[in-house]
Design a protein around this ligand. Sequence first.
Ligand code: SF4
Ligand code: MG
Length: 335
Amino acid sequence: TTELLKVKNLKQHFPIKGGIFGRTVNHVKAVDDISFEINEGETLSIVGESGCGKSTTGRAILRLEEPTSGEIEFDGKDLLALNKRQMREMRKELQIIFQDPYASINPRQTVRQILNEAMHVQNVMPPDQREERMLELLDIVGLGSHQLDRFPHEFSGGQRQRIGIARALSVDPRLIICDESVSALDVSIQAQVLNLLKELQREFNLTYLFIAHDLGVVRHISDRVIVMYLGKIVEIADKKSLFDNPKHPYTKTLLSAIPSPDPEVLKENVILKGDVPSPIDPPSGCRFHTRCPFASDKCKEEEPELRVTETGMTEGHQAACHFIEEIESGERLPN
Ligand code: SF4
Ligand code: MG
C-alpha cells in the first residue's frame, strides 16, 4: 500500500474577537492536534457529531481554510508549502464533494457549463474534446446524455449529487473528500450514491476521505474509520474492528444509536448524558469526561493518548481512553 495523504499534528484554531478593540480573546479549537494517513485506493471515514472538527479537517486539507499548524503531505508533496497557484493546480488531484451540491454550483449554469468550467479551470483537455468527455462523465455517474443542457433545479437531490460527482471526476482526481455527501438524501438514494462511489473507486482507483455524522452510512463505504470528538481523534480502526469491537466509550454510544443488521448481536447500550461541550473551552483531561459514564478524577486531569490496548485488537486499532481494559474486564462500571 502506498500512503497518499499524510496529516500530522493538524490544528485548526479559529480566533474569537471581542471587546471594543476587537482583539482575539479566545479560540475555537475546532481541530486540535490530529494525525492520520490515507492509503491509495482506500476509503477512510471520519465520523462524529457536528462540531467535532470533521469538516474542518477536510477543508484544511484542501486549504480552503489555512490550518493553524501541522503538516499535510499529499503524494510526498508538502501541501502547506505550495503557493496559491500551485495549490490551485493541486486541486486537479484533490477534489471535494459537499453535502449540498447547490451550495457549490451556480444555479444559472447548465450541466454542460458546470462541467466545462471545471475542466477549463484545470485545463484538463482541449475545448474541442470536452463534449465527448462530458457525455462520458454523465454516463459514468448514471445520468443520460440528454441531461447536459439542463439546470440544477431540474434534478432531484440524488441526481444533483451525481452532477457534483461528475464535476469532481471531470478533472481526473486521485483523492476525493466527500463531506456529508449523502447526508441530505433519502436512505434508498443514499445507498445508490454510495454504490456509485464504490464502483467509481474500483474503476478509477480513487481514494476517499469520507466525512459523515452517521456511522450507519460509514459502514457501507469505509475501509477504516476515525471517530472524532471535540477536535480530537478518540478512536481509529479498520471497519470490522470498529464495528465489532469498539474500544472507546464514545464510539460505543455512537454505535448503540444505529440499528444492528444482526439481531443476534446484543449491544451494550451506553447512554450519553448532556450536550457536546463548547470547543472554545473544551473540558480538561479527556474531553469526553463530562459525558462519559465511566469518567473518574483521572479523566478530568490527564488527557488520554491514542494507544493500542492489550485486549487483542487488530493492528492499527487505537483508542484514546485511560480505562479501556478496566471497562472491558468489568472492573470499571458506569457511574
Ligand atoms: Fe471516559 Fe475517562 Fe475513558 Fe475519557 S478517559 S473515555 S472520560 S473513561
Ligand atoms: Mg460538517
